[in-house]
Every structure is written in C-alpha cells, then in structure tokens.
Design a protein around this ligand. Structure first.
Ligand code: GLU
Length: 367
C-alpha cells in the first residue's frame, strides 16, 4: 500500500528525533529518513512530514526542567522549532530537496476558510517539489485551542491534502490486543478493517498514555481512515524506517473507509450546510456535468451571504439544484465579478483573483 501511494504523510514523534540526554536532533537517523523520502520522491511519490520535537529541543536549549507549564512549553517550542528546521535542512541538503516549514493550529485545519488557505499553500509546495515539514504552531496555540499531540494534527493534514497513506512512526511497532509492556504475550494486530469499540479498548485508558500514546494514534486513525487515507503504525527507531516498512516491516495497517476523493466529496455534499446559492447558465451547467470547474463567465446571480470557503448550492436558472461546492470567493466578490472576462477581474476585485469560482475538485453534482 505504501509503495503505490501517490501522496504520503509521515508523522515523526519527538522520541525518535531528539536525544533525551542532550536535546540534540538525532542526525544519523534523520539522514536515513531523508534518504528514504528522497527515494520515494524519485519513484514519483509526494511526501509531507509532520514533525514533533520543537519542545524537546527547546527545553534543553533554554535549560528548562522536565515538567513544564503551558507558557514554558510554548517558549520551548519557539526556541526549538528553528533548530528542528535546521536539522531537516541539513538532512535533505545532500538530496537537494527543499524543505518548507508549515506551522498550523487546530483552527487552520478545522475552519473551512483557513483550511482552504492552508491546503492551497501545501499544494503549491508539493507542486514546487518541496517537502512540507508541518508542526503545531505551539507558540500561539493555547490550552483550549491546541491539538497538544501531533497524531491528530497529522491526521488532519492527511485529510487536508487527500493523502493515500499516513505513516505514524512510533517507538512501538503497532497495536497489540493488550498493553505489551504489561502482558508480554499480547497478540499483535496486523490489520484493522474498522475501528470498533473493541479496537479502541485495545489502546487502553484515554488518560493512561498521554500525548503520543496508542490512544491518540487510534483517534488519528479514525479521522484519517474516515477521510479515505490508510494509516500505518510502525516502529521508527531503526535507521531507514520507511524503507523497512516498504520491505514488509512489522506494522499495524488501518484500512481506509472510502477513497479520499469520495470521502471529500461526500463531506461537501452531506456534511457542510450550504450558506448560499449561485445560479448559473446552461453552458456552465454542461461544463460542470463534463467535469469542468465553475468559471466566472457562467454566473447569473448570487444569493445568500457566504464567505470564501463556504459551501454553496449551484442551481440552474429555474432554481433547481445542480450541485454543491466550496466557493473560492465570498458572495460580495462573486457578485462583483459576475459575467466579467478574466482580464477584468483584478481591476474589479482590487487583487489578482482567478476565473474559477468553484474548482472541479471542490464540487459535487447532486441533481
Ligand atoms: N508540537 C510538539 C513539538 O513539536 C509535539 C506534540 C507531540 O509530541 O505530539 O514539540
């Protein structure tokens, strides 16, 4: 599954990346990971990294103790993040692969408008051949709004970019029927087809393992598999962890519940409530049915007060629903550019906007 995936998100925990004694990034290990990722890219795969480690590195740098208050954690993250990125820079340098820091908060992945912006940036980075290195924006994310653990952030990132596989590199090789530290003969679970309460129970008590424990990994697997992304948990402690996984290394695979595309489209059609409607002409309706995007030239009228990133209904001139999609413009701007030619858009808008109102990828036909 990993070798045929087009787009892969790899989540790396602090325990793998940072030497607990010195607080230094584990450079030999990171170089081996960069080798694996460079090889995947050569095989035509796109890879994004979600990396922890900022707090662990920054804690040492600032001489902080082990137990930290929230603002100390945030300070540690600020001091550690730059070193973390420097380590990635160094690891990818021999491969001439550009890395790009992307710091996200929970809101960036859960509010539609910011979600669209973050997604567009990540897509642009991938298109430009960079490896995005994502972490939580710990310096601004306070208690109520923070993810706290990068497992869930990784799942949201995988969902955002419609990844095929999310790899959770851990210090344990996968899921066991009971905690292997307490029950050495616990049976290993190699494949999970659905995350049932029985599977959740295997992960143990929610409070027991804390950040990065099996519980948060199962929660992450739920989000990602529901969005059509396969999830694999494997031990990442040896050199070349991804190559090892490709060669059949021991791991627990969680199968996706739908294709990423199907999950995304059903999210648009079913989960989002439309905030307005866009009436289009017959030519535009035909184009949509042929799999094309909705362009400004086909707009007839706009109803409702939607924001950029909101879901809207697409209707014909008689008001019958043709489809639903995520608008790239808010209602006021869509109205402003209705019927204009592409060349006239920047003047009408006051910024360089494109002719696409709803991209084909963000659109579902419903009628
Ligand atoms: N964002 C935190 C860091 O970079 C880590 C969160 C986690 O370990 O899951 O240190």
């Amino acid at each position: 599954m990993l070798s045929v995936a087009k787009r892969v998100v790899v989540k790396i925990g602090s325990a793998l990346l940072v030497d607990p004694e010195s607080g230094a990034p584990a450079m030999a290990w990171l170089a081996s990971l960069a080798d694996d990722i460079a090889a995947m890219r050569e095989a035509g795969q796109q890879v994004l990294i979600v990396s922890s480690g900022a707090i662990a590195i920054g804690r040492h740098r600032l001489g902080l103790p082990k137990a930290l208050r929230l603002e100390q954690k945030q300070a540690a993250a600020a001091a550690g993040q730059s070193r973390l990125m420097a380590a990635y820079e160094r690891a990818f340098e021999p491969h001439s692969v550009p890395v790009a820091q992307a710091l996200l908060t929970a809101d960036d992945t859960e509010q539609r408008r910011r979600w669209l912006n973050a997604r567009a940036t990540l897509e642009a980075l991938l298109e430009l051949g960079a490896v995005p290195v994502i972490n939580e924006n710990d310096t601004v994310a306070t208690a109520e709004i923070r993810y706290g653990d990068n497992d869930r952030l990784a799942a949201r990132a995988a969902q955002m970019v419609s990844a095929d596989v999310l790899v959770l590199l851990s210090d344990i090789d996968g899921l066991y029927e009971s905690d292997p530290r307490l029950a050495p003969n616990a049976a290993f679970v190699a494949q999970v087809t659905a995350i049932t309460p029985a599977i959740e129970a295997m992960a143990g008590d929610p409070g027991a393992l804390g950040s990065g424990g099996m519980r948060t990994k199962i929660e992450a697997a739920k989000i990602a598999t529901g969005a059509g992304c396969a999830v694999v948990i494997t031990r990442g402690t040896t050199l070349h962890p991804l190559r090892g996984l490709m060669n059949g290394g021991r791991a627990t695979w969680f199968l996706p519940q739908a294709t990423a595309r199907a999950a995304y489209k059903s999210w648009i059609a079913g989960t989002l409530s439309p905030c307005g409607a866009i009436a289009i002409d017959a030519g535009a309706a035909n184009a949509l049915r042929g799999g094309k995007s909705l362009l400004v030239s086909g707009l007839i009228s706009i109803a409702g007060d939607f924001e950029k990133g909101d879901a809207v209904r697409i209707v014909d001139q008689a008001g019958a629903e043709i489809g639903r999609g995520i608008s790239r413009y808010d209602a006021a701007d869509a109205n402003r550019i209705r019927g204009l030619r592409s060349a006239d858009l920047p003047t009408a808008l006051g910024y360089a906007g494109g002719p696409v109102i709803i991209h084909a990828d963000d659109l579902v036909l419903t009628g």
